[in-house]
Design a protein around this ligand. Structure first.
Ligand code: FAD
Length: 435
């Protein structure tokens, strides 16, 4: 007979949103035995962004106890004992393979049955694989993806074994940029490949990207643009030796890292929960179309009140805040109360080498660059404003202090009017700091 357990609240997934939801349940008050977290991973919720930063910095490695949730936002680190003390059941190494929302029943890969009164879906995203596009040889050894800690462990091991070897990074998004920096710091000879005219094209303007590309070139990282990986050659052990590019060139490779995007893990709920823009559709309280089922983090498509449209956001800040909002809404509803609707200001960040940038708001409309964007400057500090319909709607800043970053966030939220782009170009950062 399969084991059956019942909980008032079950969270599927043990990532960022899950860890922050647990924190908020504790803040709001949860009785021992009421809450269970079921996670495929073998460790408690941690701050996932650390995987492409400190965790694979082999010379100065951040180890796991140091980046358990919720340390990344200045909160208490939730060690395994924390869950135990709070009476939260942490069910690790357990994948939910079937969810029957009508009978409020979940079934795991090892046959356990979980019943719930309220379900929070926090399954996050998975990586897009080159094998999904039928790229020849994409299953060769030493081709890596990075999503979970096990992936990072395999990559870190290969980086040690192949020290001073050649690494090819496929993809020019933030994973590609962060991992290229990490590989270079760990003494590998790095080449990045991406089809777009510049890196991080979904966020960066050509001017912003040009700074980072030059900075990377100065660090010895080679960049090949305008083509994609079309296949891989291997040796007799099945290890990758070469990346074949679509334009006919080949690149030698001891390690390949692929960062070409993610896709939300929604398949458990297909035909049960309404979807939009690839995610589970929610309201401003993260309630889905099914009663007592909430979705948070990467998997939720929610109303972005500030811009009057439904959006899905794959970033850690939203994972944390959506978790808090959902739990507050669940607890308020139990007392017949409501909480204000989610009113999120998009916030993304990244760190590599000695650089660190933050972005708030929306990157739409016209843009204007300000500040010192010389890649050879000892401390470059520059940014970009985006202006739409005469209002500043988005701000990017490299090298900002915490106060300056707070100031740009305030601007993106307030959306002040501005006479012209020239004003912003002349005033630069002081336009934000004086607000
Ligand atoms: P996740 O943190 O991915 O957690 C999902 C959890 O659900 C995982 O534990 C998974 O194993 C589990 N799961 C999935 N399906 C099941 C199932 N069926 N049964 C049981 N468990 C299941 N964002 C930024 O803003 N800045 C950054 O610098 C940044 N860096 C990143 C670096 C890396 C390497 C990665 C992968 C992401 C990064 N992100 C960054 C994005 C950010 O980490 C995610 O947006 C965030 O983790 C989303 O939280 P989540 O809880 O929705 O999903």
């Amino acid at each position: 007979m399969s084991e059956e357990k019942s909980f008032k609240y079950v969270i599927i997934g043990g990532g960022v949103a899950s860890g922050y939801a647990a924190k908020e349940f504790v803040n709001q008050g949860v009785n021992p035995g009421e809450l269970a977290i079921v996670s495929k991973e073998s460790v408690p919720p941690y701050e996932r962004p650390a995987l492409s930063k400190g965790y694979i910095n082999l010379k100065n490695k951040a180890t796991l106890p140091n980046f358990y949730a919720c340390g990344g936002s200045g909160g208490e680190r939730q060690f395994p004992q924390w869950y135990q003390e709070k009476g939260i059941e942490l069910i690790l190494d357990t994948e939910i393979v079937n969810a029957d929302l009508a009978s409020k029943t979940l079934v795991s890969n090892d046959g356990q049955i979980f019943k719930y009164q309220t379900l929070i879906v926090a399954t996050g995203s998975t990586v897009v694989r080159l094998s999904d596009f039928g790229v020849e040889g994409a299953d060769a050894k030493n081709i890596f993806y990075l999503r979970e800690i096990e992936d990072a462990d395999k990559l870190a091991y290969a980086m040690e074994v192949k020290e001073k070897g050649k690494a090819v990074v496929v993809g020019g998004g933030y994973i590609g940029l962060e991992l290229s920096a990490a590989l270079s710091v760990n003494n590998l000879d790095v080449t990045m490949v991406y089809p777009e005219p510049w890196c991080m094209p979904r966020l960066f303007t050509g001017e912003i990207a040009s700074f980072y590309e030059s900075y990377y070139a100065n660090k010895g990282i080679k960049i090949v643009k305008g083509t994609v990986a079309a296949g891989f050659n291997t040796n007799s052990n099945g290890e990758v030796t070469e990346v074949k590019l679509k334009d006919g060139r080949t690149l030698e490779a001891d390690i390949v890292i692929v960062g070409v995007g993610g896709k939300p893990l929604t398949s458990l709920f297909k035909d049960q929960v309404e979807e939009e823009k690839g995610g589970l559709k929610t309201d401003g309280f993260f309630k889905t179309s099914v009663a007592d089922v909430y979705a948070i983090g990467d998997v939720a498509t929610f109303p972005m009140k500030l811009y009057g449209e439904m959006r899905r956001v794959e970033h850690v800040d939203h994972a944390r805040k959506s978790a808090e909002q959902a739990v507050k809404a669940i607890k308020a509803a139990e007392e017949g109360k409501t909480v204000p609707e989610y009113n999120y200001l998009p916030y993304f960040y990244s760190r590599f080498f000695k650089l660190s940038w933050e972005f708030y708001g929306d990157n739409v409309g016209e843009s204007v660059l300000f500040g010192d964007n010389d890649p050879k400057s000892p401390k470059p500090k520059f940014g970009t404003y985006w202006v739409k319909d005469g209002k500043v709607v988005g701000v990017f800043l490299e090298g900002g202090t915490p106060e300056e970053n707070k100031a740009i966030a305030k601007v993106a939220r307030a959306q002040p009017s501005v006479e012209s782009l020239d004003v912003l170009s002349k005033e630069g950062l002081s336009f934000a700091t004086k607000l």
